[in-house]
Design a protein. Structure first.
Length: 247
């Protein structure tokens, strides 16, 4: 394979896996992180932190760095970054691939309501609901604004606002176990789970625990992103990279 520079838009465990594999194959790899996570687990290769300055800044970075390929391995809900990557790569003529883990799907015994946003989710919660909220640190305000519900908001980083007295913030990093999720729901008398359809095994246990405890789930659907070659396994993506960059 040629050793052209590759830019990975990271922030997920799979992005680290991809970077490690490409670096091990001899590629010059740079992983870009948003810079919001404290003490992130870093991948092999070079790492940059912080934004590019929108589409124009990213386009300039691609051209000045003679980037041969961009791999979008951001979170499934990072629609803004994915959109900027699409525009910058299109304008620069740089190939773009996306890694996006498969979404979760409801099965027998699940009680899911699919909603389009956090605002729609909070509107669907009944008065008196005790919520396990796992949407991350950016979508807290509409939930915290309701005084007739309470619960536990779990996230990796500190929230951008102080929680009201009727909410508890729990900072934890996945993976989570079924026993741990069931115990958390029992300890806080959780009646509803609100989450994003991020997919992946590391945080799936909460869905199994909700099913076993007959807890309704408000599942926020993934945003629409531009059409690009997309892969749901690291192996499939690596095979495509090899074909693209073979001499």
């Amino acid at each position: 394979m040629r050793r052209d520079p590759i830019l990975i838009l990271g922030g997920t465990s799979e992005a680290r896996e991809i970077a490690n594999a490409l670096h091990g194959a001899g590629h010059a790899v740079t992983t870009s992180l948003a810079g919001v996570t404290e003490q992130p687990v870093l991948p092999a290769g070079d790492v940059r932190s912080g934004g590019f300055g929108g589409v124009i800044g990213l386009k300039s970075y691609l051209e000045s760095g003679r980037i041969a390929l961009v791999i979008d391995a951001t979170h499934p809900f990072a629609a803004r970054m994915s959109g900027q990557a699409f525009e910058a790569c299109r304008d620069s003529g740089v190939p773009l691939m996306r890694f996006e883990r498969r979404p979760w799907a409801a099965g027998d015994g699940d009680d899911w309501t699919i909603v389009a946003s956090a605002v729609e989710a909070v509107r669907a919660l009944p008065a008196g609901a005790r919520v396990l909220l796992t949407t991350g640190r950016k979508d807290l305000e509409p939930f915290f604004a309701r005084r007739d519900i309470d619960g536990v908001a779990r996230m990796i980083e500190s929230p951008p606002m102080d929680p009201p007295a009727n909410w508890r913030v729990l900072r934890e990093r996945p993976p989570f176990t079924l026993a741990g999720e069931a115990a958390l729901m029992a300890a806080h008398d959780i009646t509803h789970l609100v989450t994003k359809n991020a997919g992946g095994a590391a945080t799936e246990a909460k869905l199994v625990a909700a099913r076993e405890r007959r807890i309704p789930v408000l599942m926020i659907a993934r945003p629409t992103k531009p059409e690009v070659p997309q892969f749901a396994t690291v192996g499939d993506l690596m095979g495509s990279v090899k074909r693209l960059l073979s001499p």
